[in-house]
Design a protein around this ligand. Structure first.
Ligand code: TRP
Ligand code: ZN
Length: 885
């Protein structure tokens, strides 16, 4: 908790460190009621900061200082100053050694930052500023050091003792204890330090690198999970090969370890040679993990592995540069997943997620540029903007330079900056230098926040056979930024003729046409592009693959969207046309509901989806994506003022109508796919994901019709399937249905069968928390009393509270404000237990601007109540105070 007024940190104040730490020698003595940490720091004055010996200011929080020595001479209290967060002492020479001993309490650390216990095991989480809760240190990413770590603990409780790098010695101690010493040959900042001690089993494999080095691969888990590691191991080997093939990057140590822990604030952490994972991002097998979970494991394993180069070998100078590693690494893992599975489906999922969630963040009080200018608590800046929009920025560079130019840029970046702590500017400079281009204006994507709008209008000149597109870009104000300069917006497009074929594209002034799809760079506030040799008025297919993270506006009518859905050569834009058609139809229904008029569904949506369903040549995953109506959260994001109730009613009405009208093709598709599922063993591959996704979305529509054969089919699937994808889908459909008895029975059977598996129970909580049926809050309150629930486990908090506030919009936004009051109560409780998780759960309340004035008042009142509730963590304080500003 704060003892001082929280301080804003500014990028403009950055200064290189006064001192450097060449070597870090750590010793941990792990006990049940405390841990002793001894640190020996071999230090010197940073030559880049000139002569003189200013005071040495070490970071440290919640540490009990037991002893301190400078060059072997014990210091007394008169020789140093100690505050809540700093230890200051005076060096006497350019080079010196600091020895410290501190006592810490991992056994009572519920914040899950620094050294803590997850169940019976010890583990660490140091990013971003957690190392200072372990020992006094220069806890900043531009201080890189060579680490040696010795840890000791009771042999029978902690048979496995791990840290970064290579094991160099180990042995027994007296009285039942043992020790191990690890040495990491690579210089690294403290945020990449890790330690694990526990009773763990491991799955071992090996990988031969491109230069024929053998690397040992180990995944450590609690014994009962040893049968759920194969998918992560396969994903790891695929990632290692892919990074060699696509980026020329080879692994650099002799061993790579992953440890799964149950209590973890985020997905996973890329500690050098010793990645620590939320168990939800490692464990997967057919019976307990859905297809989505399998794909998440694959993606997160790849993400953390890729950090070894984009993050570890080349790291961040300061935390304002976080997107340097995170945006780039998200782009790398997205491309990996696209190569392993279906590229178009991966892009659709990522774009839907970005537009629903990152666009909302960018429109709210916590909006910030990809490279923020200031922060109070860096943990609050592990955001969708830094990660997902940051990845879009890297993707645009890839689009502008092409795959080959981009690879030249990354080769230069890795070679030039290996072993360094650098900035986003350094990344862009490498791209520029390797390609002989200038990206000065492009860099506004790093410094300006907010989602740009791109309005496009057309004009066709039949006499001259020319077709012009006018692009107008603008960007709304965001906190601290009222005026925005134009961005470089790469617009990938094609022009369709009346038969739906792509026309050759020749811009005025060009000698000949250049392909049928191309990327235009929109760089001005208003800019016209004219195509020539256009024999008929075309239909434009704009922003293919979402080539820039902008809100596009072009006045398509519904017939044009149906045409694009059928004919666009770009699969992503076929889906996009379907989404826009659905948005138009749903917004019309929302209007009807608000006027009190009868709801009438535009039959063109039915026709369009029937065409898709009855086309056997389409990828089944694409059919499933097309059948998925825009979510309530997305409809909220694109509303000026979101009418929660109207959105829900309109969308449910459309689903009901579609289910009735398309019953035959849905039922046929469902039965055919279920039959294949029944005949085949579970396989975690794209073709199988596709079949099950269509099967399950069909089922969700079908159960909206009151036909007994559908209920029977749903129960059959629930009872006799062999995998969690089919089982959870059937359960979710029942939970949202009016079949009360079947629902209760299925939930009880599920809980009884899976009560010993916390990750499966998380899904059981989520499915119920997200149910839009009335009485949602009461159900959540009851579930909080369930023996499997605890506020101390972040996965449980996300599964129940996060799912309720983030996905169950009608219940959370109940007009009486009960949902808001509940969430505020949870945040106040969590603030004292785990500030990072508390601050993250606040996100739905920060969106208050989207709602009617009555709800705004209720939401703001809850934010005020949190602010007045007493000692707030800097995490919660920052989000609440900025939301109210
Ligand atoms: N660097 C981690 C990643 O791969 C993010 C992360 C893991 C993290 N644990 C954290 C960030 C705790 C802040 C706090 O994206
Ligand atoms: Zn990351």
């Amino acid at each position: 908790m704060r003892n001082e007024q929280p301080k804003m940190i500014y990028l403009k104040d950055y200064q290189a460190p006064e001192y450097l730490i060449d070597e870090t020698h750590l010793t941990f003595e792990l006990f049940e009621d405390h841990t002793l940490v001894h640190a020996q720091l071999v230090m010197r004055r940073n030559p880049a900061r000139g002569a003189g010996l200013p005071p040495l200011v070490l970071d440290g929080q919640q540490l009990e200082l037991l002893a301190l020595a400078l060059d072997g001479v014990e210091l007394t209290a008169a020789d140093y100053q100690l505050s809540d967060s700093q230890l200051t002492l005076q060096p006497k020479a350019v080079s010196f050694v600091v020895d410290s001993s501190v006592r810490i309490h991992p056994e009572s650390n519920t914040a899950l930052e620094g050294l803590y216990k997850s169940g019976s095991m010890f583990c660490t989480q140091c990013e971003a500023e957690g190392f200072r809760k372990i020992t006094y240190y220069l806890d900043r990413p531009d201080v890189m050091s060579k680490f040696t770590t010795t840890l000791s603990g009771e042999q029978h409780k902690y048979p496995v003792l791990l840290s970064n790098g290579n094991l160099i010695a180990s042995g027994p101690d007296d009285n039942g204890r043992h020790w191990a010493t690890w040495e990491d040959p690579f210089m690294k900042p403290a945020y990449l330090f890790a330690l694990v001690a526990g009773d763990l089993w491991c799955v071992e494999d090996s990988f031969t690198t491109m230069s024929q080095r053998e690397v040992t691969l180990r995944i450590y888990v609690e014994p009962e999970n040893i049968d759920k590691c194969q998918h992560a191991m396969d994903s790891l080997k695929k990632s290692m090969r892919w990074d060699e093939e696509v980026y020329g990057r080879e692994y650099d140590l002799d061993i790579f370890m992953i440890v799964a822990v149950n209590d973890f604030n985020m997905g996973a952490m890329e500690n050098k040679g010793l990645n620590i994972f939320n168990s939800s991002c490692v464990l997967a097998r057919a019976e307990t993990a859905t297809d989505a979970a399998h794909q998440r494991v694959e993606g997160v394993v790849a993400h953390e592995y890729f950090h070894n180069w984009s993050g570890n070998r080349v790291t961040c100078r300061d935390w304002f540069q976080l997107s340097l590693k995170e945006g780039f690494t998200v782009f790398r893992d997205a491309e990996f997943s696209a190569d392993m599975n279906s590229r178009t489906v991966k892009r659709i999922e990522d774009v839907a997620f970005l537009r629903t969630n990152q666009f909302a963040e960018d429109a709210g009080p916590m909006a910030h540029p990809v490279r923020p200018d200031s922060f109070i608590e860096i943990s609050n800046f592990y955001t969708l903007t830094v990660y997902e929009k940051g990845s879009e920025v890297v993707r645009m560079i890839h689009t502008l330079l092409g795959a080959e130019g981009f690879r030249k840029g990354t080769d230069l970046y890795f070679q030039r900056h290996d072993g360094q702590a650098v900035t986003c500017d350094d990344f862009v400079k490498a791209m520029e230098d390797a390609n002989g281009v200038e990206l000065t204006q492009f860099k506004r994507w790093y410094s300006q926040g907010g989602t740009p709008r791109l309005a496009v209008s057309e004009s066709y000149d039949a006499a001259n056979q020319s077709y012009s597109l006018t692009f107008r870009q603008s960007c709304p104000a965001t906190p601290g930024q009222s005026e925005k300069l134009p961005f470089v917006i790469p617009v990938e497009l094609g022009l369709l003729n009346g038969q739906g074929a792509d026309l050759p594209l020749r811009l005025a002034g060009e000698p000949a046409a250049q392909g049928t799809t191309r990327v235009l760079s929109v760089t001005e506030a208003e800019q016209v592009f004219t195509f020539v040799d256009v024999a008929e008025k075309p239909l434009p297919s704009l922003l293919r693959g979402l080539s820039a993270p902008v809100k596009l506006n072009f006045a398509y009518d519904r017939d044009q969207l149906m045409f694009l859905m059928q004919h666009d050569s770009d699969g992503f834009n076929r889906w996009e046309a379907g989404q826009q058609l659905a948005v138009q139809v749903l917004q019309e229904l929302i209007g009807q509901h608000q006027r009190g008029a009868a709801l009438v569904l535009d039959q063109r949506l039915v026709v369009a989806l029937r065409t898709v369903l009855e086309n056997p040549s389409l990828d089944q995953a694409m059919v499933a994506e097309m059948l998925s109506l825009p979510s309530e959260a997305y409809l909220t994001e694109i509303s000026e003022v979101a009418d929660v109730e109207a959105i829900h009613t309109a969308r449910e009405f459309a689903r009901q109508q579609l289910a009735e009208s398309l019953f035959q093709p849905l039922w046929q598709r469902y039965q055919a796919n279920r039959e294949v599922s029944r005949q085949s063993a579970y396989v975690a591959e794209a073709g199988h994901f596709a079949r099950r996704s269509l099967q399950n979305i069909a089922l969700s529509y079908l159960l909206l019709t009151a036909r007994p054969e559908v209920l029977a089919a749903c129960l059959e699937q629930y009872d006799s399937c062999d995998n969690m994808t089919e089982r959870l889908a059937a359960l979710a459909v029942l939970v949202n249905s009016a079949h009360e008895q079947e629902r209760a029975k299925a939930l009880a059977v599920f809980a009884e069968h899976f009560k010993g598996n916390p990750l499966v129970m998380d899904q059981w909580f989520s499915v119920q928390a997200a149910s839009a049926l009335p009485g949602g809050l009461q159900r959540v309150r009851e579930l909080m009393e369930h023996p499997a629930f605890t506020l101390k486990n972040p996965n449980k908090v996300r599964a129940l509270i996060g799912a309720f506030a983030g996905q169950n919009l009608v219940n959370f936004h109940s007009a009486d404000g009960s949902g808001y009051r509940f969430l505020a109560d949870m945040v106040i409780t969590l603030n004292a237990l785990n500030p990072q998780i508390a601050a993250r759960q606040l996100a739905p309340l920060t969106r208050w601007r989207k709602y009617d004035s009555a709800r705004q008042a209720l939401m703001k009142a809850e934010l005020e109540r949190i602010l007045a509730s007493g000692e707030l963590s800097s995490d919660v304080y920052e989000v609440v105070s900025k939301s109210l500003a």
